[in-house]
Write a protein that binds this ligand. Structure first.
Ligand code: XUL
Ligand code: CO
Length: 456
């Protein structure tokens, strides 16, 4: 690709936007219009924030959040093409002034969309300076503005995180880098971002190990790298407790991309890691379905596994594209998939202090400002429908009852003894000798699928 970057046409300059005072003119607060026609896309047809379902409002169940990195730092650039998403508040510089204008645009967007939470990486909101002092000063300045805007609009921080993957210093890993000096940079960054997250009242803090893995096993000491990753987590727990930050710590699994193999492969791998290093009381998981499918599982798999094992803390509610197969971070529009996720969330009694964070980006071809709203609204309506359907499935009790019935043999007698870990191999042998071959029982998958389809 040549270094010549043809700019997509800018419709308004950053100056003129500042003058008008509004970043999304012509778009008001998004309302609930259940009777709106199919072509009306700037309203909610299903998401009714104050409607009560199973004792909680939709807003309380869904806890939607907008991510800063895709929605306000995404440019539409890809390995084959230049930026396509030219936002009118951007002046093309990495200045503090531009960062502040962008943040005002972000809060206007959150307010108009009616989403109460946001998420960001340290480097999303403030430019990196030449030294750590300068970088931290920039972060202080932008987080002061964030605090002011949070209180102006009544918006809260779902989680903060450190970007430990973009800067070239992290190319060989952050906590898993073979150089302790780089590890120290990661530690310093996490320290500062824990402070900023606390300052903004963040309800969680995330670790996504973007470079914590390897490209070649030949140059990698896997055991030392995992030990070092655990060491950083232990430091984070100690510092969190020291400064009195009460948010939940979360790890976000992903199997690969950008590294060939990432240590936080999937939910079960991370749970095993947390238990091996004695971290399981202090961490939960932030599950991103696009990462789950990248790991070769079904969309809902990691949400269900993490939830059933008591580790589901939050969800990066996005989707991939089965025909592409990589981390495309699309807006979730599939009601069936979302229903399976919501069913697990209702079954565990909700996600708080976690939420449904839209770690999603509009396609690089979706270049209108309006598309930022349309995409989020579509995804929110998808999850609102999913919540209603999942609640109905659980209220009816038909599917849960059928599942329970499949395992009824474990409710009494030998099965109960097995579940209670009181049985022996000798008893197993005696049982088979006495009763012979078990009868085959149909799994009835198609029946379960048909019943589920009846609700969607
Ligand atoms: C990357 C990803 C990250 C994390 C936060 O695939 O999902 O944006 O959510 O670092
Ligand atoms: Co994510």
């Amino acid at each position: 690709m040549s270094s010549f970057a043809p700019a997509a046409k800018r419709s308004k300059t950053a100056e003129s936007v500042t003058d008008s005072g509004e970043f999304f003119p012509g778009i008001g607060k998004i309302g609930f219009k259940p009777k709106a026609g199919p072509k009306e896309v700037l309203c909610f047809k299903h998401y009714n924030a104050s409607e009560k379902i199973r004792g909680k409002t939709m807003e309380e169940w869904l806890r939607f959040s907008v991510c800063y990195w895709h929605t306000f730092r995404g440019t539409g650039a890809d390995p084959f093409g230049f930026p396509t998403l030219i936002r009118p508040w951007e002046d093309g510089t990495d200045s503090i002034e531009n960062a502040k204008r962008r943040m005002r645009a972000a809060f206007e967007f959150l307010h108009k969309l009616g989403v109460k939470y946001w998420t960001f990486h340290d480097r999303d909101i403030a430019p990196e300076g030449a030294t750590l002092e300068e970088t931290n000063k920039n972060l202080d300045e932008l987080s002061d503005l964030a605090l002011e805007l949070q209180s102006k609009y009544g918006i809260k921080l779902l989680w903060g995180t450190s970007n430990l993957f973009a800067n070239p210093r992290y190319m060989n890993g952050a906590a898993t880098n073979p150089d302790p000096h780089v590890f120290a940079c990661a530690g310093a960054q996490v320290k500062k971002m824990l402070e900023i997250t606390k300052k903004l009242g963040g309800e969680n803090f995330i670790f996504w190990g973007g470079r914590e893995g390897y490209q070649s096993i030949l140059n990698t000491d896997v055991k030392r790298e995992m030990d070092h990753m655990a060491a950083l987590f232990k430091m984070a727990i100690a510092y969190k407790n020291k400064i009195g930050f009460t948010g939940q710590l979360l790890i976000e699994p992903k199997p690969k991309e950008p590294t060939k193999h990432q240590y936080d492969y999937d939910a079960q791998t991370v749970i095993g890691f947390l238990k091996s290093y004695g971290l399981d009381k202090d961490f939960k998981l932030n599950i991103e379905p696009n990462h789950t499918t990248l790991a070769g599982h079904g969309y809902e798999h990691d949400v269900v596994v993490a939830s059933k094992l008591g580790f589901l803390g939050s969800v990066d509610s996005n989707t991939g594209s089965t025909d592409l197969g990589w981390d495309t971070d699309q807006f979730p529009m599939d009601v069936k998939n979302a229903t399976l996720v919501m069913k697990a969330i209702i079954e565990q009694g909700g996600l708080a202090p976690g939420g449904l964070n839209f770690d999603c980006k509009v396609r690089r071809e979706s270049t209108d400002l309006e598309d930022m709203f349309v995409s989020h609204i579509g995804a929110m309506d998808t999850f609102a429908r999913a919540l209603r359907i999942a609640a109905k499935v659980l209220d009816d009790g038909i599917l849960p009852g059928l599942v329970k019935d499949r395992y009824h043999g474990f409710d009494s007698g030998l099965g109960k003894k097995i579940e209670e870990n009181k049985a022996t191999l000798e008893e197993m042998e005696a049982h088979v000798l006495k009763h012979g071959e078990p009868e085959v029982r149909s799994g009835k998958q198609e029946m379960f699928e048909s019943i589920f389809n009846g609700y969607v």
